[in-house]
Ligand binder design. Structure first.
Ligand SMILES: NC(=O)c1ccc[n+]([C@@H]2O[C@H](COP(=O)([O-])OP(=O)(O)OC[C@H]3O[C@@H](n4cnc5c(N)ncnc54)[C@H](O)[C@@H]3O)[C@@H](O)[C@H]2O)c1
Length: 198
């Protein structure tokens, strides 16, 4: 069974993975986060965020093929595809203050992936990051030369809070960029958005 792990159970990671799980019941989707209260809420009847339609989607999938966990490393190790949907705030100090994106959380997630992975991974950037971040991330992922192959795809999210679930079920655009051929993600979205068989 293909396994997806999404790092970051926030406004993007949670709803996006819930819709993926709903669309692909044969794939195990685990959303992980370092925030215990946030994951506890995702596993309760009081979800941490409100989006019209989100409750129903989570109820249909949670515990069957959608899971929420704080065991970040375990699920990263087991995943074939890792979505990274961590926060990328604007820098509050240093070069580019008030303008540039602070990639601290992204880089820390990439270092953790590199440290724990034992098999090839497709890593999907869901966070909003500057152009060429994928190259920097690839350097972090491959720095310890464990012979693991990483395919890095950029797939930024455009959903708007308030209409996230509708936007996810029927997106008006899907952007995928990669230096390699992003075959897996293309098949994935073809099934998701165009309803073709994968
Ligand atoms: N919120 C939106 O409407 C929206 C829309 C489009 C794009 N985006 C972009 O999507 C990305 C995610 O945004 P969001 O609103 O979901 O952020 P968020 O702050 O709601 O969630 C991010 C989560 O990542 C977790 N996290 C950070 N580092 C981690 C790590 N190393 N391991 C595990 N968990 C970790 C945090 O605890 C947090 O819960 C950002 O780049 C944002 O700019 C957001």
């Amino acid at each position: 069974m293909v396994k997806i792990c999404c790092i970051g159970a926030g406004y993007v990671g949670g709803p996006t993975m819930a819709v993926i799980a709903r669309k692909f019941p044969k794939i195990e989707v685990v959303v992980v986060d370092i925030s215990v209260p946030w994951i506890t809420a995702w596993n309760s009847d009081q979800l941490p965020i409100y989006e019209p339609g989100l409750n129903d989607v989570v109820k249909q999938c949670r515990g069957r093929y959608l899971f929420f966990s704080t065991d970040v490393e375990k699920h990263v190790v087991e995943a074939d595809i890792i979505f990274v949907s961590v926060n990328t705030p604007t820098k509050t100090r240093g070069l580019g203050v008030g303008k540039a994106v602070d990639l601290t959380y992204w880089e820390s997630a990439a270092r953790m992936i590199a440290d724990v992975s034992k098999s090839d991974k497709i890593v999907v950037e869901k966070s909003t990051v500057p152009v060429k971040t994928a190259e920097a991330i690839k350097k972090i992922l491959t720095h310890n030369r464990k012979g693991i192959n990483y395919q890095i795809l950029s797939n930024p999210e455009f959903l708007a809070e308030g209409t996230a679930i509708d936007d996810l079920f029927t997106p008006d655009r899907v952007l995928i960029r990669s230096r390699e051929t992003p075959v897996v993600l293309k098949i994935f979205y073809a099934h998701w958005v165009l309803n073709t068989e994968s």
